[in-house]
Design a protein around this ligand. Structure first.
Ligand code: PEP
Ligand code: MG
Length: 843
């Protein structure tokens, strides 16, 4: 092979060598840092990404020049150095340079058996990983003495290759480098690292290092040490040490000992106290200077400590937060750095119970991960069954084709919800997130056989009602049986980190909260108010649905008013509870939005019950229900259209809000309620509703004798409202963009049906992602931008926000910041994630 001297691609690591993680990889750069800190690192040479690319294409660097960097006769190791350690790389190769001559030489210093073990290990690795020979042929005979096992492997080599085992260290090194470079280019390795987020052209560097001998006279061995617990992040010396060993053997061998002196048996601290103290000292320096918790790989060579490597400690989400906060509290990093080191999704994991990472997963079906967390329980097919199950003190998992508002009572008691239809903004998904309930939607490969009382998984397995399943809403999977879970833990360091994040954040974070329970969660997570209270959810509580149905069936406005008068005190109490919990923070109440038809029974049994309650014949009730049904209810009689045509409902809600305001003003923090009108598409709608609400406000002030203010706003969720936002803003104190309906209407894509083809659309690259999940900043975003600009031009002080399901996502927060919005509003459990993401964007 032709050889070119490309010295700049081969760099002996010295304190002053020109090196960078982007050229030589993270491991090489880290080793240079250790060398600069005077850690006892054996001589090391770094090969850059370009060098390795060249080797893969047959351009070998000057091997003699590499070897010249090391003391003659020393064994060498080669390890990968990719830009991000998470992207992996080929396994390390140790003991390069082992040959008959080296074996004879080492037999004199460390004994024949130890020398044979080193040689044996090298021949095995070289045969399997470098020459790619059959691993079984090169499996050493565990029962044979080392010398005999070695002889057997060397003759196996000759038999397989018709050549003696290579004796020249230069040849060995070149072959090792070539096999590692080629392995990195292989399809499997490429796919694996791309799955971990590596770019297609990610580079591999390699480090060649002089071996420290963990085998030999006096105390010799190898081990790893770290100073925090990877699961909790708490300070704790963790690791193992194994006498007469190499590499990371100590981590896999049962004979390895612990590091600290305690009741578990002999320790490194006992047998080598000076080495243990030195590791401690170096650990402290490493933490401070590398500004990170590192796991240190070390070798003891005849009682001398050598540091081979240091890598970032592997950590759980919980530990990631604790480590970042501890580093900042110790002044090692600053607060901004700590905030940026935690992935906001890790916070989300901590707020919900999760399937244990090590648990056995018996997958039944995959769907869309609509609300994170995990729960196990008995399979229930209806809300009533879920309620009965909960009443027996058992955990219920509600599985429905799709949920409707009627299912809310079942969802309230269920531990998790699964639907076969629907996407991330379907009813089940929205309510699931609001309640913090694990939820998988759009599990369309699952079939429900109600008659047989079973669900049928895609592999044909049938799980009967009452059997146990586990729902993993974080991954969007339903598992058979009960998988082990780990509890949620919002420990002190999360609170501390989020507190710091609030100091950097420059956009408000509110919560979408419909009930006092949601509001309390929002408050616990330090939301700065409620950005969206969907009041219709209140009408499914207790027996209110009966009153709602009576109201819907009322013939005349006066009859309707009479029923609404009975709903009034209930709504007033709802709002008073929200105001109390939110203690003076803004509360945005959206007036009634859904089509009335959603409150009516869908099955015969329900119709019969309704006929009984209303004292009407069943056919009459059926006819009325029929008459109220619409071909396209989401574009029909809902939102402000109800407000304009059946004004009594909004008037009752406004009165309830104002009376609650007056009541709270008497005993608590003063409240300025924010009333929001849904589904507006024309300015005149706002004028009409506003005039009525103003009148209700005036009459409530007169009746209660309490003076109060209120703010009237508009939910901008139709394309026309975006286009006409200028007119609309003249009558509105705030505009809140409802990105769920706005996405639905901009794309002409049904929120409830898009799940059926969404995966095909994403797979084919038609959409980058489900636009109900990831805000489409181009199309929908253009309308929002236009709405914001037009609204502001006519009413410069207008408050702007996003309150659709996208609100808590990093992308929507970044977009809202760019447009100078005042706040985003998201489900209560998303609030901590949004606080962190917003701070990261501001830093
Ligand atoms: C929206 O449309 O974005 C919204 C928040 O309202 P809903 O999801 O209740 O329609
Ligand atoms: Mg909407």
């Amino acid at each position: 092979m032709q050889q070119f001297p490309i010295f700049d691609e081969v760099t002996p690591i010295t304190p002053t060598a020109r090196m960078s993680a982007a050229v030589h990889g993270g491991r090489a750069k880290c080793l240079q840092r250790l060398i600069r800190l005077d850690f006892p690192v054996p001589a090391t040479v770094a090969l850059s990404f370009d060098a390795i690319r060249g080797i893969a294409r047959g351009r070998m660097p000057d091997i003699a020049a590499i070897l010249a960097a090391f003391e003659p006769g020393r064994l060498l190791s080669v390890r990968p150095s990719s830009q991000d350690p998470d992207w992996g790389g080929p396994g390390a190769v140790l003991n390069i340079g082992m040959s008959d001559a080296a074996h004879a030489r080492l037999s004199r210093t460390i004994g024949a058996a130890a020398a044979s073990r080193l040689y044996l290990r090298f021949v095995q690795t070289y045969a399997v990983h470098v020459a790619r020979l059959d691993p079984e042929t090169f499996e050493p005979d565990a029962g044979a003495p080392p010398e005999a096992a070695l002889a057997a492997l060397l003759s196996a080599w000759e038999a397989e290759t018709d050549e003696p085992f290579p004796q020249d260290p230069g040849v060995q090194l070149a072959e090792v480098l070539r096999s590692m470079a080629r392995a990195w280019e292989g399809t499997t390795a490429r796919l694996l690292r791309q799955a971990k987020g590596a770019p297609a052209d990610a580079g591999l560097g390699l480090v060649v290092q002089e071996m420290a001998m963990g085998v030999g006279p006096d105390e010799s061995g190898s081990g790893v040490i770290q100073f925090v617990d990877g699961a909790s992040g708490q300070p704790q010396v963790t690791g193992r040490y194994l006498s007469q060993s190499q590499g990371r053997d100590a981590l896999s061998e049962a004979r390895a000992i612990y590091l600290t002196r305690d009741e578990r048996g002999p320790s490194l601290e006992d047998i080598c106290p000076a080495i243990f103290d030195e590791l401690h000292r170096l650990g402290r320096i490493g933490r401070r200077r590398l500004r990170e918790e590192m796991q240190i790989e070390f070798t003891v060579e005849a009682e001398r400590l050598r540091i081979l490597d240091a890598v970032r400690v592997q950590r759980s989400s919980r530990a990631a937060v604790r480590i970042a906060v501890d580093l900042a509290e110790d002044g090692v990093i600053d607060r901004a750095d700590a905030i940026c080191r935690v992935d906001p999704n890790e916070i989300s994991e901590l707020l919900h119970r999760q399937v244990d990472a090590g648990a056995h997963r018996d997958l039944l079906v995959r769907g869309i991960a609509a609300s994170p967390g995990a729960a196990a329980g008995r399979l229930c097919f209806t809300a009533a069954e879920a309620q009965a199950c909960a009443a027996r003190g058992e955990e219920a998992i509600l599985v429905r084709r799709e949920t409707t508002p009627e299912d809310i009572r079942g969802m309230n008691v269920a531990r998790a919800v699964v639907t076969l239809r629907g996407g991330v903004t379907s009813h089940a998904a929205v309510i699931g997130r609001g309640l913090g309930l694990p939820c998988v939607v759009g599990a369309s490969d699952l079939a429900i056989d109600r008659r047989a009382g079973v669900i049928v998984a895609p592999d044909g397995r049938r799980i009967a009602e009452g059997e146990i399943v586990t729902v993993d809403g974080t991954r969007g999977e339903v598992l058979a049986g009960e998988a082990a879970t780990v509890e949620a833990a919002l420990h002190d360091s999360v609170r501390t980190l989020l507190g710091w994040a609030d100091g950097f954040r420059d956009i408000g974070i509110r919560a979408n909260a419909d009930t006092p329970r949601d509001a309390q969660t929002a408050r616990n997570f330090a939301a700065e108010g409620i950005g969206l209270c969907r009041t219709e959810h209140m009408f499914f509580e207790g027996d209110r649905i009966g009153l709602m149905r009576e109201m819907i069936f009322a013939e005349e406005p006066d009859d309707r008013r009479a029923v609404l008068d009975r709903l009034l005190p209930l709504q007033r109490a709802d709002f008073a509870a929200l105001f109390d919990i939110m203690a003076g923070q803004p509360v945005t109440i959206r007036l009634f939005d859904p089509p009335l038809h959603e409150f009516l029974p869908a099955d015969k049994q329900g119709l019969r019950e309704l006929a009984e309650t209303l004292s009407l014949p069943v056919p009459e009730v059926s006819a009325r229900v029929e008459a109220l049904s619409e071909y396209n209810p989401m574009l029909g009689m809902r939102g402000v259209r109800l407000g304009v045509t059946v004004p009594e409902i909004y008037e009752m809600q406004a009165r309830a809000i104002f009376e609650a305001t007056a009541e709270t003003a008497r005993h608590g923090d003063p409240v300025v309620p924010e009333i929001m009108i849904p589904l507006v598409s024309a300015m005149r709608e706002v004028e009409l509703v506003k005039a009525r609400i103003d009148a209700v406000a005036a009459s409530t002030r007169a009746m209660t004798g309490v003076d109060f203010d209120y703010r009237l706003g508009v939910m901008v969720e139709t394309p026309r409202a975006c286009l006409r936002a200028g007119d609309i803003a003249e009558h509105a104190a705030f505009l809140s963009f409802g990105t769920n309906d706005l996405t639905q209407m901009t794309y002409g894509l049904s929120r409830d049906d898009a799940g059926r083809f969404m995966s095909a659309y994403v797979r084919e690259g038609v959409y980058e992602e489900d636009p109900f999940h990831l805000l489409d900043t181009e199309g929908v975003g253009e309308l929002i931008r236009m709405g914001a600009e037009r609204g502001r031009a006519r009413s410069p002080g207008v408050t702007l926000s996003i309150c659709g399901e996208h609100g808590g996502s990093r992308r929507a927060i970044a977009f809202s910041r760019e447009l100078g919005f005042d706040y985003v509003s998201c489900s209560p459990f998303r609030v901590p994630v949004a606080r962190l993401a917003a701070a990261q964007l501001a830093i």
